[in-house]
Ligand binder design. Structure first.
Ligand code: MG
Length: 375
């Protein structure tokens, strides 16, 4: 059973189970089955055409939600292997963690949240994390016996990264930790930080590729500068895309090594015997304090200089307008929607509209908007 895993890993044989009981899989573990179900679902395929920072059609080389999720899975698997916890589980969580994202990245989700709060205050807004869980629990329609993908508790626990108290109260076991302030498994904690490592680094890469950030400007950041100097010392002639790629790969490595070493120390100090001890302890997966500070500084830099760059703001403002106008048009006239999305109950109707819009890719939202608003 151990497969070389530490006692504090998640073991599929000891899973807290699925919402609907199913026979154990043959020739693969319960977490491998979860990963496979995620890769085969419709929401996963939509990730290819959803924005990370740059709208999908702005350039073929920019990250999309799909390539972002694959990078998260890669980093999370390395960390899981280093820490002797379950690689299949981190992979499943990583591939599902962004399924609930709206078109147009954070701009889309913020606007959909604002619309839900204004037009259906009792519905409790829109949270992309909760939407990822809603997709795997309710919205995927692939099985005769149940809605959703019927994933294991541990996978669902990892997908639900944040959650408001209000929603946590309605979610049963998977919401409990937001009420009693316990932690999720190490696999969930790892995937959460792998997500941060992935987006900080690929957004630097995409930011430079787009021309909105420069290497010189990034050298204001000690974390970036240190790696820039290391690369230049080793390869004084290197420049352009190769220089950026060398810096980014070295930074990812530094962050992964720091996270691994700090977490190993934490595990040694706390010595959890099993995953329940992990859930009762404080957060165990962490960067060293110095690296945490530098990673936070990098995050703030990207916020100021990339996500709030005027060229990105022009795109996100347009995106928000599209999401709002779609939402309002459907709320005013639900008969614009196909029968599957119509409800007599006002709250269910608002939620169905949010589900419909959240499920759109960037290009689908743009074409739907054009169809509704242009003669
Ligand atoms: Mg992500």
């Amino acid at each position: 059973m151990s497969r070389g895993l530490a006692s504090y890993a998640c073991f599929p044989e000891q899973s807290r189970g699925r919402r609907y009981e199913e026979p154990a899989p043959q020739m693969r573990t319960a977490f491998q089955r979860d990963r496979d179900r995620i890769v085969h679902c419709s929401a996963f395929r939509l990730l290819e055409y959803k924005t990370q920072v740059f709208i999908n059609h702005q350039g073929d080389l920019f990250r999309t939600r799909l390539t972002h999720s694959l990078e998260v899975a890669q980093i999370a698997r390395s960390l899981a292997r280093n820490l002797r916890v379950n690689e299949d589980l981190v992979e499943a969580i990583a591939l599902a963690h962004d399924l609930g994202h709206t078109p147009f990245g954070h701009a889309g989700q913020d606007e959909l949240n604002a619309c839900m709060r204004e037009f259906a205050p009792a519905a409790g807004g829109f949270e992309h994390n909760l939407q990822s869980l809603r997709i795997v629990d309710e919205l995927e329609a692939r099985y005769a016996r149940f809605n959703g993908l019927n994933l294991c508790f541990e996978t669902r626990e990892g997908i639900l990264k944040h959650c408001s108290r209000r929603h946590a109260q309605q979610l049963g076991a998977v919401g409990e930790r937001f009420l009693n302030h316990t932690q999720p498994s190490l696999e969930a904690q790892i995937t959460n930080l792998a997500d941060e490592i992935a987006y900080n680094n690929h957004d630097i890469d995409d930011g430079i590729r787009s021309g909105l950030l420069t290497v010189k400007q990034l050298c204001e950041l000690p974390l970036f500068l240190r790696h820039y100097e290391q690369v230049m010392a080793a390869y004084p002639e290197v420049q352009g895309r190769r220089l950026v790629a060398e810096i980014v790969r070295a930074m990812i490595n530094t962050l992964v090594v720091d996270l691994t070493e700090t977490t190993r120390d934490n595990l040694q100090r706390v010595a959890p015997g099993d995953v329940d001890d992990v859930r009762q302890a404080g957060p165990l997966v962490s960067f060293s304090p110095q690296m945490r500070a530098q990673a936070t500084e990098l995050k703030q830099f990207l916020m100021e200089n990339l996500y709030k760059h005027y060229k990105v703001m022009r795109m996100t403002t347009k995106a928000r307008r599209i999401v709002r106008e779609l939402f309002v048009a459907f709320m005013d006239e639900p008969r614009l929607l196909s029968q599957d999305y119509r409800h007599d109950d006002a709250l269910l109707q608002a939620r169905a509209i949010a589900d419909y819009i959240a499920g759109m890719t960037d290009r689908y939202a743009i074409s739907e908007h054009r169809q509704l608003f242009v003669m």
